[in-house]
Design a protein around this ligand. Structure first.
Ligand SMILES: NC(=O)c1ccc[n+]([C@@H]2O[C@H](COP(=O)([O-])OP(=O)(O)OC[C@H]3O[C@@H](n4cnc5c(N)ncnc54)[C@H](OP(=O)(O)O)[C@@H]3O)[C@@H](O)[C@H]2O)c1
Length: 329
């Protein structure tokens, strides 16, 4: 089979569509024939091995000279081709979507508990846009214990995670969602339900004087004291930002996260840095929200698998709107 492979860290130029062995599903794994994949900020972080500090802290993802898993990608939608002996939930022919390593490939062997039935109303391309980004948004909002009637500020609202976070916040009855993004994406986030949009190129949201019940930071380029300034007393900050391309190559937002954890120990700061683990249950919940019309995946651009390298380049440096998808013919 063919897959998007890298053998050393670097720019998208290190990526190649290459022949690799087709995976064999393990006891509780399903082999999925991938129809569509999507790319995430995670792909360019892992591709570059940045921030560098992550190479020391996360040895299960980062090797010395190249990522541990050489095939990029995490999100997929496709059809189950075969299943391991211990799989009870899935059968060949099922259309599924989910999160698994090495997803930008013609076939993926995924644990049975990280895929779910694809919403029937979506194309494979739309379904592949959901898993990692929407699950992260769901987990972040749950962790922030956001309630109906409250106010939320989302920094990075126009990205993959942010566009789901805006919709999920509105669907839980949040009274006021303030979305921070660039001017070119303002209309999009407004159309998804944002009540207030702040163009970070013109206005510094940390200087606005307004305060929120929850601050969800999906960028990671602001100081903790700036984020705390816009937080109501005893309310919550959720940090999930991985940083901006070209900035903070060595430490990046890990500095913010480490500092915030230290401050939270000695102050009344309520801080959450969630780990968004994939699960069939969360994916099924998201599928139900799609089917009820509460959330919808937004696809900016779709690239053919042969041009998968360009998909990652586009996401990293072109300020993609929401999701970038790769289609397999
Ligand atoms: N902890 C986890 O489990 C987890 C999981 C998924 C993602 N993440 C992290 O969450 C972040 C968001 O992921 P994503 O997939 O949504 O990324 P994305 O699609 O690349 O979105 C990036 C967002 O950041 C904004 N942005 C870019 N440059 C900026 C700047 N200089 N100043 C302010 N905002 C800027 C973009 O706005 P414009 O395009 O409008 O400029 C966009 O809203 C990433 O950093 C990722 O690493 C963490």
């Amino acid at each position: 089979m063919r897959a998007l492979v890298q053998n050393r860290y670097g720019s998208p130029d290190v990526l190649r569509v290459d022949d690799v062995p087709t995976p064999v599903p393990g006891h509780v794994e399903v082999l999925v024939r991938v129809k569509a994949a999507s790319v995430n900020a995670r792909d360019w972080h892992v591709m570059r091995g940045e921030p560098r500090l992550a190479r020391l802290l996360d040895s299960s993802t980062f090797g010395r000279a190249a990522p541990r898993v050489r095939i990029r990608g995490t999100d997929l939608a496709g059809t189950v081709e075969s299943v391991g002996d211990g799989v009870t939930r899935w059968r060949p022919g099922d259309n599924v979507f989910g999160e698994s390593a090495a997803a930008i490939a013609e076939y993926v062997a995924a644990p049975e508990g990280v895929v779910a039935t694809m919403p029937a109303c979506l194309t494979f391309e739309q379904a592949a846009a959901i898993p990692l980004a929407a699950n992260t948004a769901l987990v972040c909002l749950r962790a922030g214990q956001v309630e109906a009637g409250q106010s939320v500020l989302i920094n990075g609202a126009s990205g993959g995670v942010g566009t789901f976070a805006v919709q999920l916040a509105k669907s839980t009855g949040v009274a006021q969602v303030t979305a921070v993004c660039s001017a070119r994406n303002a209309e999009l986030v407004r159309s998804l339900g944002a009540d207030v949009v702040v163009d970070y190129g013109r206005e510094d949201f940390c200087e606005s004087g307004r305060q929120y019940d929850l601050v969800l930071d999906l960028v990671g380029n602001r100081a903790l004291r700036d984020l705390r300034r816009v937080l109501k007393p005893s309310k919550t900050i959720v940090l999930s930002g991985g940083g901006v391309s070209g900035q903070g190559r060595f430490i990046g937002p890990l500095g913010l996260m480490i500092r915030a954890q230290l401050v939270a120990r000695v102050s009344r700061l309520r801080l959450v840095i969630p780990e968004a683990k994939p699960s069939t249950q969360n994916l099924a919940e998201l599928a139900a929200l799609v089917e009820s019309g509460s959330i919808t995946p937004i696809v900016d651009k779709t690239f053919a698998f042969e041009n998968a390298t360009e998909a990652i380049r586009y996401l990293e440096v072109e300020h993609a709107r929401a999701k970038v998808v790769i289609a397999f013919s």
